[in-house]
Design a protein around this ligand. Structure first.
Ligand code: ADE
Length: 226
């Protein structure tokens, strides 16, 4: 999986993605990142990439030309037009299933907007998917792109070393993950639930399922009808 991130802040992307599990996945050639600076494609003598909105109003709008040229540079390198995601509060909500679907692609392009938005005409030309990571407004698309890249990369085969860990986590079967405990068996006067020490795997599975249902009902009743 190769990610291209069109951004005005490539160093923000490079610093964040080159750590931990994603860095390991990169050194194992399972994923790769390329942060492309939109400003490098400006034709303005001051390297400007934004201008006032037609119709008036506050703020600036990112112009079409530098974004389009940046995108075409990527398309030439890739050899086809990959799925291209625009991060925006008005997009489709990002979900675990979406992460799984995106993980099947070979290449993904992210467009990170800033200021008051992006000229609609370039969005119409290049964007295949409009995505939001939640109902709040951030200052730019870089953090949402990184959130998505993290969630998608976990779904790329080989990125997580313990294959099982994907099966018992939150959102599998629309349930949240059950509580977890580790040593010691007693801490600050609190004991680990007896059943987890019993060695009876059937009972443990049942207990975990019940706890998942309980947790989902309490915190995310919208996820299930049980
Ligand atoms: N850009 C600004 N806010 C955002 C959000 N919540 N999701 C995706 N992109 C955004």
């Amino acid at each position: 999986m190769k990610y291209y991130i069109m951004t005005l802040f490539p160093e923000m992307i490079e610093n964040a993605l080159d750590t931990s599990i994603l860095a390991r996945a990169k050194s194992n050639d399972l994923i790769d990142f390329c942060a492309v600076n939109i400003r490098d494609f400006s034709k303005d003598k001051h390297n400007k990439v934004d201008d006032y909105p037609y119709g008036g109003g506050a703020g600036m709008v990112m112009q079409a030309q530098p974004i389009y040229d940046c995108y075409m540079h990527i398309v030439e390198e890739v050899g086809y037009r990959p799925r291209t995601i625009y991060l925006t509060p008005w997009g489709h909500p990002f979900k675990q299933q979406m992460a799984k679907d995106f993980a099947k692609e070979e290449t993904l392009v992210f467009l990170c907007g800033h200021y008051e938005g992006v000229d609609e005409r370039v969005l119409e030309e290049i964007v295949t998917d409009y995505v939001t990571i939640g109902d709040y407004v951030l200052t730019g698309g870089e953090l949402p792109a990184m959130v998505m890249i993290d969630a998608i990369s976990r779904m790329v085969p080989g990125v997580l070393t313990n294959a099982d860990s994907k099966e018992t986590e939150s959102f599998e079967d629309n349930l949240l993950e059950h509580p977890q405990y580790s040593r010691p068996a007693e801490w600050m006067g609190k004991s680990v639930p007896e059943i987890l020490l019993s060695g009876d795997h059937k009972k443990v599975d049942m207990w975990r399922y019940e706890k998942s249902v309980e947790r989902t009902k309490k915190y995310r009743p919208d996820l299930c009808d049980i």
